[in-house]
Design a protein around this ligand. Structure first.
Ligand code: GRF
Length: 195
């Protein structure tokens, strides 16, 4: 998994891994910055981790190659981006074709980008939610695997709405990763078919 922050989605997958019948296991956690709570969570769970900061490299392509090398060392079946605040590059996507999964706190294609919850409220939308999707070369543009809705409430703040979305997001991510690993999946154009 790749993370940049709190790591509550990571924690949800770690907790699910302790349940009998859950089909996926987190093999490693990568971050683009040190000192984040998500890395404490992986350490507590005894999961290996690595940090690949963009600032350590001459350019984005060199960073992308280093990230690709660090992740491929663990030979993952899936690479889950959960609150990872960097765009992975062409080398990374070439190395993991149709294997990179992102979770986004909005109903794509509405409100892509770095501030989807803020943008949802600014637009005045009444329904939001979460999208789990495959990652392609665009920003939040890859084929949708699963979505769930969350109602926007009158007077919602960004923090309150995001917290309610995150509760739904953790459950959807855990369920989706489990089904992808347990059932397999195929991609036909924009359609992702599980099983
Ligand atoms: C999630 O809502 C994710 O979709 C968004 O940032 C949040 C990260 O949460 N991009 P966490 O670090 O998993 O707690």
């Amino acid at each position: 998994m790749l993370v940049s922050g709190a790591g509550s989605n990571l924690q949800a997958l770690l907790d699910a891994g302790d349940q009998p019948g859950f089909s996926a296991a987190v093999v490693a956690v990568g971050a683009d910055r040190p000192g984040i709570p998500a890395l404490d969570r992986s350490a507590s769970a005894g999961i290996p981790s690595f940090v690949v900061p963009v600032a350590d490299f001459d350019d984005r392509a060199a960073w992308d190659r280093a990230l690709t090398d660090a992740v491929s060392a663990y030979r993952p079946d899936l690479v889950v981006l959960a609150g990872f605040m960097k765009i992975v590059g062409t080398e990374f996507l070439r190395c993991f074709p149709a294997q990179v999964v992102n979770t986004h706190p909005a109903l794509l294609p509405a409100f892509p980008g770095a501030h989807p919850v803020r943008d949802t409220l600014a637009y005045g939308a009444k329904v939001s939610g979460v999208t789990v999707h495959l990652v392609d070369a665009g920003v939040d543009t890859g084929p949708v695997i699963a979505q769930a809705t969350v109602d926007v409430r009158p007077g919602d703040t960004e923090q309150a709405l995001h917290e309610r979305i995150k509760r739904v997001e953790r459950a959807l991510l855990v369920d989706t990763v489990d089904r992808m690993v347990r059932l397999g999946y195929s991609v036909n154009g924009r359609e992702v078919v599980l099983g």
